[in-house]
Design a binder for this molecule. Structure first.
Ligand code: PHE
Ligand code: ZN
Length: 877
């Protein structure tokens, strides 16, 4: 409803102009080109002096400007020279520096000083255990020097670094090394040149006492590339897997996408203080140690896979992100969605195709679906933001990947490759848009994506209703779609939804042909001839579209598909649906005792078949054994009661553990005999071994504690040891204390493993987990200044439903306390803890009120960062 406004009311209250909201539709090209940048760093941990020399030329494609705006963040200009002369006619606009420019071409020289050791935000130039490194995406370069810090300004960089040789024996930057030498007083210097024009967010510098695992790669055209992975001395033995993964990525990108590496060297540096996973700086990728270091003693099988995936992801950015970059940050999914798809396809190729696909869908459902149905929902190409760091989301990354995967599914692999070739050819050296990508796919792959563009502009997970009917010899599939309203988007248009579908004859178990149906209207029906009776429906096979399917389906049909479906994802899905259907009915109180017993028995039957199916490999068996997560169960309800969800799910696990005890025991014993190896067979055995323990722990804690303690003691690898300790951490057994202490003592000094020690306790099923977290926060090894450590304790707790959703609200208060304490230190990391609290509208009223109250408490605190402020405001709004 609108209130009547008199003209003078309008005068008194002008349309509120919100200067901090950036809008996609306001994009303007920058007034100046900056073809060349020369940076000179006089390095020091306390103070680093930066001299930046920029060549400037008017941008003919932009309106004429009489000045240049150079972004800054916590910077003061020490001196400004224009065309060689010191000038004082510049002024400040907020944190930015405005320098008048009257001619068509100019040179600027700007000196700034930064304090790396005091930079706790880990954006810009900062110190991490005695070394210097940079993080510039998205807007960190402006914390190093004044610069047009936007991705559509592309420059070639020449970088000179000088500093104390003993402190910084290794000096690295983007591109190729060109010269180095000795200076006075124990200093030395090095010069690097990057021939490829790049935006400032891809700049990087590293200086420190590092050693390298060095190797080389010969590209498809026969060029030799030197590869180095730089780490702290003691970590060198843990770099082999990263190096192997890098080489495999380079080869795969040549073979699959025709992309060749384009510099003489490719360097990776591992740093222990890092806000994200890793960063694709041109020729100098900077990584969180978590995604570089791995050996069987200290890293789990999942860690090995994550290292390979992230190494591949950053390497693939060299083309999808660096050679073709983004015009503005609204286009982030252009590089991230595409690159996630590329890393997913690489991992599917390297390991088990089916298992990787299931894992990726699980991640999407756990992280992206809740985002899409909550207050932070946004399209993969957002329309506005206040702080871009808040948009490095599962939507932009993972849903972005699904959107491009749908194009690939509709086009087929070959045509998709033509589309991607055209995209790379057409936009090489440019800052492009999502629209450019879609057009290249239309032109190259021969797709009509007119309506498909809605996937870029509409938020929300589409719901597809499916109903199969049968008459005579024909089965008919009735489909309808709803795209739910999301903030700012109350009404939606129907989207094209590609669904892979197959029908199974129930009597013979035989499958008919697989079809790719595209539902592009609100409703449509599809007829399939040749079925004498109602067949079983396998829909959204391979998860061909990122939607949720809603249908009324008899349990027998799901049991049938869980046993017979030849599409591994669909088989997994049938198993999940069987369990989800039962649990949601139980949670919502729709089952009497007899119905509950029948539902459980069907699940036990299906799971027992999975346990005994000799044709299944153990990695896939492991997927079929995973119970749907509590967050995913909550998503199935309009308003969820986390307490009930937890209790029902836990009770089901105990029932299954008891009911199938002998199968689980047999499985455990078989798996325990498989000797350690890094291959699929042995890692599959490790996976199901710990899963069997998890079920047994639910039904027979004493027996499970005994087995877990034994597994812990005999472990010759981290997967077994961590799995055993995870089970013990949830039990009230004396072994819990012993093994936790042993683990700590054994790995003290290895930060990544001590992170696991924190995370296992914060993520445990133990009833006193909040008390444990409170004590761990006071542990001498805990610090708010290291993001990995913060996440290992508090993110593990925030995603642990029984801890976070403790009925008295203590979990919510603890996360709010953390946000308030962390925000002044590291706002980016602090803001990432807001979304769990933002789910309040979908939670039962008592908890919802507690969650909202914590958000209000944060909002009321003064001096919040823009990061946290934006997330809290959206969560309350
Ligand atoms: N661009 C990085 C990636 O996805 C992520 C990142 C963003 C890292 C911002 C640091 C800061 O590969
Ligand atoms: Zn990325």
């Amino acid at each position: 409803m609108d209130i009547a406004r008199t003209p003078d009311m309008a005068d008194a209250a002008p349309e509120p102009h919100d200067p901090v909201t950036i809008r996609r539709e306001d994009y303007q090209p920058f007034g100046w080109l900056v073809p060349e940048v020369a940076l000179d760093f006089d390095l020091g941990l306390e103070t680093t002096r930066v001299t930046a020399r920029l060549t400037l030329a008017r941008n003919a494609k932009a309106p004429r400007a009489e000045a240049i705006r150079l972004n800054g963040d916590e910077l003061e200009p020490v001196s400004v020279k224009r065309d060689g002369e010191v000038v004082n006619d510049w002024h400040r606009d907020g944190a930015d520096l405005i320098v008048p420019l009257s001619g068509d071409a100019h040179a600027l020289e700007i000196v700034t000083e930064v304090a790396p050791a005091k930079n706790t935000k880990l954006m810009g130039l900062y110190a991490s255990s005695g070394m210097l490194c940079t993080q510039c995406e998205a807007e960190g370069f402006r914390r190093i020097t004044f610069f047009p810090d936007r991705p559509d300004v592309l420059s070639t960089y020449r970088v000179r670094m000088s500093g104390d040789k003993a402190t910084f024996p290794v000096l690295l930057s983007n591109g190729n090394p060109e010269a180095s030498g000795e200076g006075d007083n124990g200093t030395h210097w090095a010069e690097w040149h990057d021939p490829w024009p790049k935006p400032s967010y891809l700049f990087a510098l590293v200086a420190g006492d590092l050693v390298a695992n060095s190797s080389s790669f010969t590209t498809m055209s026969g060029r030799e590339v030197a590869l180095n992975i730089y780490v702290r001395e003691g970590d060198l033995p843990r770099t082999g897997h990263a190096m192997d993964s890098l080489k495999a990525s380079m080869r795969w990108d040549e073979e699959t996408f025709g992309r060749e590496y384009d510099l003489d060297v490719f360097n990776i540096v591992a740093v222990s203080d890092f806000n994200m996973g890793a960063m694709e700086n041109k020729g100098l990728n900077v990584f969180n140690t978590k995604y570089v270091l791995a050996d069987p003693e200290t890293a789990t099988d999942a860690d090995f896979d994550a290292v390979a995936g992230v190494i591949a992801h950053e390497y693939f950015h060299n083309w999808s992100g660096n050679r073709v970059t983004c015009r503005d940050w609204f286009q982030l999914s252009l590089k991230e969605g595409f690159t996630v798809l590329r890393d997913q396809l690489f991992s599917q190729y390297m390991g088990s195709d089916a298992v990787k696909r299931i894992e990726d869908v699980r991640v999407l459902r756990a992280a992206q679906f809740p985002e899409d149905s909550g207050p932070l929902a946004h399209p993969i190409r957002p329309d506005s933001y206040r702080e871009i760091s808040n948009f490095y989301t599962a939507t932009v990354y993972n849903k972005g990947a699904e959107v491009i995967r749908m194009m690939r599914t509709m086009a087929g692999e070959e045509a998709f490759r033509k589309g991607s070739d055209l995209y790379f050819d057409r936009h090489d050296g440019e800052a492009a848009t999502c629209e450019d990508f879609v057009r290249a796919m239309e032109d190259g792959a021969g797709l009509d994506l007119k309506q498909f563009r809605l996937w870029y502009s509409q938020a929300g997970t589409p719901k597809v209703r499916a109903q199969l009917t049968h008459e005579g010899n024909t089965a008919t599939l009735h489909l309808s779609q709803i795209v739910p309203p999301t903030p700012g988007q109350p009404e939606k248009q129907p989207m094209p939804i590609p669904l892979k579908v197959a029908l199974f004859d129930r009597a013979s178990g035989e499958r008919g042909e697989e079809h790719l149906l595209v539902l592009d209207k609100e409703e449509a029906s599809f007829a399939f001839a040749g079925f004498a009776a109602l067949p079983a429906l396998s829909i959204n096979r391979g998860f061909s579209a990122p939607v949720s399917i809603e249908r009324e389906v008899a349990r027998e049909e799901l049991v049938f598909l869980a046993a017979h479906d030849d599409d591994p994802f669909a088989r997994y899905e049938a198993m999940q649906d069987l369990i989800v259907g039962h649990l949601v009915d139980a949670i919502e109180g729709r089952l009497d005792e007899a119905q509950r017993a029948a539902g459980r028995a069907d699940i036990a039957g299906a799971l027992g078949a999975v346990l005994r199916d000799a044709a299944l490999d153990d990695l896939m068996r492991g997927e079929l054994l995973v119970l749907p997560g509590e967050g995913y169960l909550a998503e199935q309800q309009t308003v969820a009661d986390p307490g009930k969800i937890h209790a029902e799910r836990r009770a089901l696990r105990a029932y299954l553990g008891a009911q199938l005890a002998s199968d689980f025991t047999a499985l455990y014993e078989r798996a325990a005999k498989v000797p350690f190896a890094l291959d699929a067979e042995a890692s599959g055995a490790r996976k199901i071994k710990t899963q069997a323990l998890v079920y047994l722990a639910a039904s027979d804690p004493a027996r499970a504690a005994e087995l877990a303690a034994q597994q812990y003691d005999m472990a010759d690898n981290m997967t077994d040891r961590q799995g055993a300790l995870m089970v013990l951490a949830g039990l009230d057994s004396p072994e819990r204390t012993h093994k936790l202490l042993d683990f700590y003592n054994r790995y003290q000094g290895n930060a990544l493993v001590i992170d696991k020690w924190f995370a296992l306790q914060a993520g445990s099923l133990h009833p006193n987990v909040l008390e444990h977290v409170r004590a761990l926060a006071k542990h001498p090894d805990f610090t708010l200044s290291n993001p990995n450590r913060v996440r290992s304790l508090y993110m593990a707790m925030a995603v642990n439903p029984q801890a976070f959703h403790a009925a008295d609200g203590a979990g919510y208060a603890m996360i709010a306390d953390l946000i308030l304490a962390l925000d002044p230190i590291n706002p980016q990391t602090a803001a990432r803890f807001v979304p769990p609290l933002g789910r309040w509208r979908r939670i039962e009223p008592l908890r919802a009120e507690q969650m909202r109250a914590q958000l209000e408490r944060i909002a009321a605190a003064g001096n919040l960062s823009r990061d946290t402020q934006e997330q809290v405001a959206r969560s309350l709004g």
